[in-house]
Design a protein around this ligand. Structure first.
Ligand code: G3P
Ligand code: CA
Length: 242
């Protein structure tokens, strides 16, 4: 059977070659031919959706403390590139809106919700997506499957994906048990096999394993027929596929 090429999805942009979750990282992923990008979101005290992996600022910025305890005004001038290399001094913590402005329509934007913030994140995110007019391009994923279910119930138009590291007995079956229409499975890449991908595909559920950086792993997942591959090196995967 002819297998379709998987989508190249840049993890936190092109996190292997640029400071993760910055506009520079997303721009590099697109330049390298990514079909889409993955990013992580948190909420500020004043309900702005910002793009950052950690709940705190310490690792990837020159600030410190919990994002949720700061207003956007306190975050907007922090440097998010300096920790990575001097070449990226001046990069900022982006708002989700700024990433949407950068990524052309038709590219996949995989938004990973890290925390529910007592339901505030879901509310802010749905309001943002509904106003964006880009529901079609977006998949919201989370390790918190209750958040995923609540999002889908609140807005049936939104595409949702399940993130997991568990070695599930039945991947496609698990998606069915969530009780809402699941668009995609996002397993840790070593935990999904040929049969799992086939079963998901038969159930019309996409497979987007993460985070895959080695050539031999790309090749194996391509042979399984996965729908997309989340990678820190979108250029490397693009080259292999082309
Ligand atoms: O979305 C896939 C992957 O990003 C999940 O793990 O820690 O890199 O956010 P993490
Ligand atoms: Ca992530």
């Amino acid at each position: 059977m002819h297998k379709q090429k998987p989508l190249v999805i840049g993890h936190r942009g092109a996190a292997g070659e640029a400071p993760e979750n910055t506009l520079a990282s997303f721009a590099l992923a697109l330049e390298q031919g990514a079909d889409g990008i993955e990013l992580d979101v948190h909420l500020t005290k004043d309900n702005e959706i910002v793009v950052c992996h950690d709940a705190t600022l310490d690792r990837t910025t020159n600030g410190a403390g919990w994002i949720v305890e700061k207003n956007w005004e306190e975050l907007r001038s922090l440097d998010a590139g300096m920790w990575y290399s001097e070449a990226y001094i001046g990069e900022r913590v982006p708002l989700l809106r700024e990433v949407f402005d950068l990524v052309p329509r038709g590219h996949l934007i995989n938004v990973e919700v890290k925390h529910a913030y007592e339901g505030r994140m879901e509310k802010a995110l749905l309001a943002f997506l509904q106003a964006s007019g880009r529901m079609e391009d977006v998949v919201i994923s989370s390790f918190d499957h209750k958040v995923i279910r609540r999002l889908k119930v609140a807005e049936p138009e939104v595409k949702v994906g399940l993130l997991y590291t568990a070695n599930l007995i039945d991947h496609a079956g698990y998606a069915e048990q969530i009780g809402v229409d699941v668009y995609s499975l996002h397993p840790y890449h070593h935990l999904i096999g040929d049969e799992d991908v086939k079963a998901a595909s038969a159930a019309n559920v996409k497979t987007y394993p993460y985070t895959v950086n080695e050539l031999r792993d790309y090749k194996q997942l391509i042979s399984f027929g996965v729908s997309g591959i989340i990678t820190d090196y979108p250029g490397r995967l693009r080259k292999l596929l082309d």
